[in-house]
Design a protein around this ligand. Structure first.
Ligand SMILES: C[S@@+](CC[C@H](N)C(=O)[O-])C[C@H]1O[C@@H](n2cnc3c(N)ncnc32)[C@H](O)[C@@H]1O
Length: 496
């Protein structure tokens, strides 16, 4: 049934998170590690702020306002000398003596992520002898809620390790898009390990020998780095939706695009946070200014960017409840459907199955127009995304009638160009959307019905596991993800 505009507007509004939902209060930390870090940062020129380390019921360790903070105030200022960048590390490595007379891999061959991960690795090997030990002690001890950390195995490998009970269970209960991302992360992790070993092997100093320590170091960089952008002054910088992945910081060297920033990296994410960021060339400090007001005792947030929960879980090991960027991804379902169509498993739906070549031709048309993949349904929209419609309007006629007529491709091209055909025209000039909308609706409802069934099973499994290990944050996150998937799929299996 198609609902009216008022219904759709109300539903969209109801899905928007309310700012007061995000307010949390916590307990200020009296940890010696935090006191040491503050004293060390102050010695290196970090100005006093109104932030204190604290523990919160839902976001755990984060930063609390120790006094009221007004909109427009600076949250934190990090001096240049406290920002760790690849160019600083490469410079430091250049001063290290080489083991061989003719080093074949210069340190500048290291990517930024590789250089920073190696720096974290070697500083952690030095333990208390590190001049950065106050910072090193502020880093998380593990990343138990980051799927890659659980699945990366005990030995170097470019494949995930799913043999033990917990990794096997986690791999089976991750949504496809998260698992795919983790597979790619593992490949990058292994290639960074291999390349860094080749470069560092030539130099005197700590060598990469401990895979688990490297996985940890690599994730420190992945979860805590800020992205640097083109030089901006604070005055001209724009409000930033995202900190950890938006263009915000004047590069220390123009080759740098990311940096580690002590204390700043203790700020948690909220999608309601509004900040401006930039490098003040006069003071040589990186500054974050808030545009929200915080009262004393409240958790202070920044935004890591407009990400959905699948991305958040894979990259950062947490999810946001009531995430406004939440979507239902159908890429896996689209692939599985086409595979079934190509192997004649969909004959009940099709009058005559199209050949695999014909389907591949249509997929290549979509690819040519940049419309292949990223097929999403949003719980806030009243229509499927344009990419879902584009794929279905092109593919469904071929699957229904077993062949590709020039008319249907022509109609699709005209729809894609936004040409509206009059309903009174002859059959050949009807809009593809008028003809294909019922079939597209049927397809979406059928696929979403299957996702509902699958997510019901996943949710029951995850809840059972979480009840046995209530401290395990990964199970909590998986519960939220499968619940959201279930709700969105349930909605689309009956609406539109
Ligand atoms: C840059 S650090 C922020 C400080 C971090 N909480 C700490 O204790 O070091 C990013 C990490 O913080 C955690 N985090 C950030 N925002 C969060 C949130 N809203 N809820 C739960 N965990 C969050 C995630 O583990 C993420 O990988």
């Amino acid at each position: 049934m198609r609902r009216g505009r008022t219904f759709r507007r109300r539903r969209r509004r109801a899905a928007q998170p309310k700012k007061k939902d995000i307010v949390t209060r916590g307990t200020l930390s009296l940890d010696k590690e935090w006191t040491d870090l503050r004293i060390w940062c102050k010695k290196l020129g970090m100005p006093k702020s109104k932030l204190g380390l604290a523990y919160f019921p839902t976001t755990f360790r984060g930063m609390m306002a120790t006094k009221n903070i007004e909109a427009g105030e600076d949250l934190i200022r990090v001096p240049e000398r406290l920002l760790v960048t690849a160019s600083k590390i490469r410079h430091m490595l250049l001063t290290r003596p080489s083991r061989s007379v003719t080093p074949n891999c210069p340190s500048r061959a290291l990517s930024e992520h590789q250089a920073l991960a190696y720096w974290i690795y070697s500083e952690s090997c030095l333990s208390d002898r590190s001049t950065w030990s106050s910072y090193m002690r502020s880093l998380p001890r593990d990343f138990e809620s980051v799927p890659l950390y659980v699945l990366s195995g005990e030995r170097p490998s470019n494949k995930l390790s799913c043999v033990a009970d917990v990794p096997l269970w986690v791999a089976k209960h991750l949504p496809h898009s998260v698992l795919q991302r983790v597979v790619e992360q593992q490949r990058n992790l292994f290639s960074d390990w291999t390349q860094t070993r080749a470069v560092i092997g030539n130099l005197v100093g700590p060598q990469l020998t401990d895979w688990r320590r490297y996985v940890w170091s690599w994730l420190v960089v992945g979860t805590r780095c800020i992205h640097l952008g083109s030089p901006t002054s604070l005055k001209s910088s724009q409000r930033s939706e995202g900190l950890l992945d938006s263009s915000i910081l004047k590069p220390i060297s123009c080759q740098d695009s990311i940096a580690l920033a002590p204390v700043l990296d203790l700020l948690n994410h909220s999608h309601t946070a509004e900040v401006s960021t930039g490098f003040e060339s006069t003071t040589r400090q990186f500054v974050i200014t808030t545009h929200c007001r915080y009262s004393k005792g409240q958790e202070v947030f920044i935004s890591y960017g407009p990400h959905d929960n699948h991305f958040m879980l894979a990259e950062y090991g947490f999810v946001s409840e009531r995430n406004p960027f939440q979507i239902l991804e159908l890429d896996y379902e689209m692939d599985a459907w086409l595979l079934a169509v190509k192997s004649n498993e969909c004959l009940s739906f099709a009058k005559a199955a199209p050949t695999a070549d014909r389907i591949d031709n249509l997929v290549s048309i979509l690819k040519r127009h940049g419309l292949w993949g990223d097929f999403t349904l949003s719980p806030r929209d009243s229509e499927p995304s344009y990419r879902v419609l584009a794929a279905l309007y092109l593919l469904l006629p071929a699957v229904q009638y077993g062949e590709i007529s020039h008319n249907s491709i022509d109609r699709w091209e005209r729809w894609r160009r936004g040409e509206n055909l009059t309903p009174t025209s002859s059959n050949n000039s009807s809009n593809v959307s008028d003809i294909q909308e019922p079939a597209a609706q049927q397809w979406i409802q059928r696929i979403c019905g299957r996702i509902v069934q699958k997510s019901d099973i996943m949710l029951a499994d995850v809840r059972k596991r979480h009840s046995m290990c209530p401290q395990d944050f990964l199970y909590h996150c998986l519960g939220i993800i499968w619940h959201e998937t279930n709700q969105t799929a349930r909605f689309w299996s009956t609406t539109w």
